[in-house]
Design a protein around this ligand. Structure first.
Ligand code: ARG
Ligand code: GLU
Length: 716
């Protein structure tokens, strides 16, 4: 046992060469990281970036609403994040009279700032490596179940005993596929108000066509403010709350970027899978992704067709379309990137080297069979993984009626498992959420999607996983039966059922509904058959992966490893750099306002440019936000390794000043979730001067500008 801990501890602190383009745990940055950052141009110390004591840059970074990242940019708790991260809040405050999505929103004084009921932001106060304590008592001879039991008991004890203030929270996470554990002390603020947002024609310029792409010209930002109680502590919304006084607010640089400048991105990346074996990447690229791409391609084509014909449907489906299209496009880029960069062959070559090294080190007994185990397990997983993806994409993500039925099925389960009281509570919540959903629902669109996707499902999935209702008839017939009769096709008829007081009577009525019946048979298929089967095999894979990740670190002791992203705080450093997307084409790293004007299509929903922005461009009224050449920079590229969740992350210069706002990656590099390749993986950022220009010159919100602390690091 002692050995096990020693090895792990050794692995985590292995001193060897660092690599830019990785997501490091800020509290684990080593001298090697510092050296490398200095080579890349950084002029801070590690302590400036992260310190267990108050006062480092980390004290300006928050997890925004559990998904995105945001940063404090003024001493009065002003927060900067992406437009697409604030989108839900901006939409919620919008009405036909005040369409903030379309026209933008600017609070010109504190009392105009808008509260957002369920919004939270979380600061990380402290990070502790608790690996040794968590793995205490775990020995090689225990089986998986026994190991997990001990680990969970240890975790429980540690979190119960941890020292923290009563307004703080604690959580733990596993890293390196279960080879390390960390503890996080956090502070979550609950009174977050909307301060500003540009119109979508700026914040979402280029929309889906430009999404995941460069050259890009988007002003993807929005502004919020943290409010605290009079002791500067987290509190629920109150009119008496005051702007939060931060420990650190990022100074804003007005000096801009040039190629090869140092960049540091700080934030909460969601998920990456860098230590997967070749066989897993192969399966994702050739089996799982194609299923998702195919389903979404069909759904998107149908929805797009209706959106083009009907302006009401266009508004109703804009946000849903964007979110379905987002990952559809990402998967296509990911597949192309893996293919073009020969990532699978490279992983196989790596595995050969791994096997050789394991042998040389005399570790074959312990780790010599892992790759064969993977081969066997992934072969076993393939069919069920693909089926599960079809099922989720068809039932849960793309056919609204089936999604509604899925939620109703969960409601029925709540009654069966927890009784009337829990049922009524869940029902009230569901009714509220349905009211919002049906506002943007068109049975005509959904019917066409249902017909197409159930036919596709029947064609692609094994007989054993097709509900009887769909097996017996063709998809067209089933569609007619469901959509001509089901109460789920409109809010009023569904509410009539949901408003029945007695749960038993309600559920009886619901179970007679054709739409519910088909939805329920898909849902039971998922819960009773497909998902358990998938999870069982996944558990076996996870056990092998834990061994494999550990063995990789043992086999390559000269390398420094960073754990996969898991929605915890990370830093990634790099430089401003262009790239070569294909032969003979080079993308320079910086785009300009002139490019916005070049893309302008009058009246287009993706590429319209407001008269005001055109005017500012014509008169070149860029103030102090222009570059030396007189141009106004809009977006720029870097070599930082980012993923979903890094949206809204600050981009810092060599001294820790704010120079940009992360919001996307280039298409050729979206494979970085599985295969980061410094040659073509680039993150896309908004130049902070474009943000300032929009706030100041475009919106005239000088009240916001006055709060900021400007610096000129390049002029010193
Ligand atoms: N691709 C970026 C991300 O993954 C931006 C998405 C929002 N923008 C859009 N046009 N859908 O979140
Ligand atoms: N747009 C992504 C997000 O919302 C970030 C881009 C990426 O995946 O790199 O987090």
């Amino acid at each position: 046992m002692k050995n096990y801990i020693r090895i792990i501890a050794l692995l985590i602190t292995t001193i060897s060469f660092a690599q830019s383009g990785r997501m490091y745990i800020p509290s684990e940055l080593t001298q090697e990281n510092a050296d490398e950052m200095r080579t890349l141009g950084m002029e801070m110390t590690i302590d400036d970036v992260y310190s267990q004591q108050d006062g480092s840059i980390k004290d300006a970074i928050v997890h925004f609403n559990g998904g995105c990242t945001a940063e404090v940019i003024s001493k009065q708790g002003l927060l900067l994040t992406n437009h697409h991260c604030g989108y839900g809040a901006i939409q919620a405050h919008s009405t036909v009279e005040h369409d903030y999505l379309k026209d933008g929103f600017w609070a010109k004084s504190r009392d105009q700032e808008l509260e957002n009921p369920d919004m939270t932001v979380t600061f990380i106060k402290r990070i502790e490596n608790i690996t040794d304590v968590v793995l205490n008592g775990v020995t090689a001879t225990l089986n998986e179940k026994e190991k997990h039991k001990i680990i969970n008991a240890n975790l429980k004890k540690i979190t119960a005993q941890v020292k923290k203030e009563n307004w703080q929270d604690v959580f733990t996470k596993s890293f390196f596929d279960g080879n390390a554990y960390y503890l996080f002390i956090t502070e979550t603020f609950k009174d977050i108000r909307l301060v500003g947002a540009p119109p979508s024609s700026i914040g979402k310029f280029g929309a889906d066509t430009d999404n995941w792409m460069f050259p890009r010209h988007s002003g993807d930002f929005s502004l919020f403010r943290i409010y605290a109680d009079k002791d500067n502590k987290p509190a629920s919304y109150s009119a008496d709350n005051v702007p939060y006084k931060p420990i650190h607010a990022l100074p804003v640089s007005l000096d801009g970027v040039t190629e090869n400048d140092f960049t540091l991105v700080y934030g909460f990346p969601g998920r990456t899978h860098e230590y997967l074996p070749a066989v897993a990447v192969d399966q994702t690229v050739h089996k799982v992704n194609p299923a998702g791409i195919l389903v979404r391609e069909k759904a998107l084509a149908i929805v797009d067709n209706y959106m083009r014909k009907d302006p009401k449907i266009k508004i109703q489906y804009a946000s849903k379309f964007a979110s379905i299209a987002n990952y559809w496009k990402k998967w296509i880029g990911e597949n192309q990137g893996i293919e073009k960069s020969n990532a699978i062959a490279k992983k196989k070559a790596f595995e050969q080297e791994f096997t050789k090294r394991i042998k040389t080190k005399g570790l074959s007994n312990k780790y010599g069979n892992l790759l064969q185990d993977f081969d066997k397990l992934y072969a076993e997983k393939e069919a069920i993984a693909v089926t599960r993806n079809y099922l989720i994409e068809v039932m849960y993500r793309n056919t609204e009626l089936l999604n509604f039925a899925f939620r109703l099925y969960q409601l029925e389960n709540t009654y069966n498992k927890k009784g009337t009281e829990a049922f009524n509570k869940a029902k009230a919540n569901l009714i509220k959420s349905f009211q919002a959903k049906y506002k943007n629902y068109s049975a005509v669109v959904d019917r066409a999607v249902f017909k197409s996707l159930t036919a596709l499902y029947k064609e692609k999935v094994d007989q054993a996983y097709i509900p009887n209702m769909l097996k017996d008839v063709n998809a067209a017939k089933l569609t007619k039966k469901v959509y001509s009769k089901s109460a789920l096709t409109n809010a009023a008829s569904l509410l009539k059922i949901l408003n029945i007081e007695d749960p038993k009577t309600l559920l009886k009525k619901l179970n007679k509904d054709k739409g519910y019946q088909i939805g329920k048979s898909f849902a039971t298929l998922f819960y009773d058959t497909v998902n358990p089967k998938y999870q069982a095999i996944n558990q076996k894979i996870a056990a092998v992966q834990r061994q494999y990740t550990k063995a990789i670190m043992l086999a390559f002791p000269e390398r420094q490893f960073a754990p996969d992203a898991n929605s915890t705080l990370r830093v990634t450093y790099g430089q401003v750099k262009g790239y070569e997307p294909k032969d003979a084409v080079y993308y320079k790293p910086v785009s300009h306002l002139g490019g916005v004007i070049q893309k302008y299509i009058p009246g287009d929903y993706e590429f319209d440019v407001s008269p005001r922005l055109q005017q500012l461009y014509k008169t070149k009224d860029f103030g102090s936000y222009a570059s030396k050449d007189g141009k106004l920079a809009v977006n720029f590229l870097g070599t930082n390794h980012t993923t979903g969740g890094n949206s809204g992350s600050p981009v810092l210069d060599a001294h820790g000043n704010l120079i940009g706002l992360n919001f996307d990656r280039v298409w050729e590099g979206t494979m970085s979730d599985m295969n980061y390749d410094p040659k073509i993986c680039r993150n896309i950022m908004v130049d902070v001067r474009y943000i300032l220009f929009i706030i100041d010159k475009y919106a005239g919100a000088t009240n916001i500008i006055k709060e900021l602390d400007f610096v000129h690091p390049k002029q010193q």
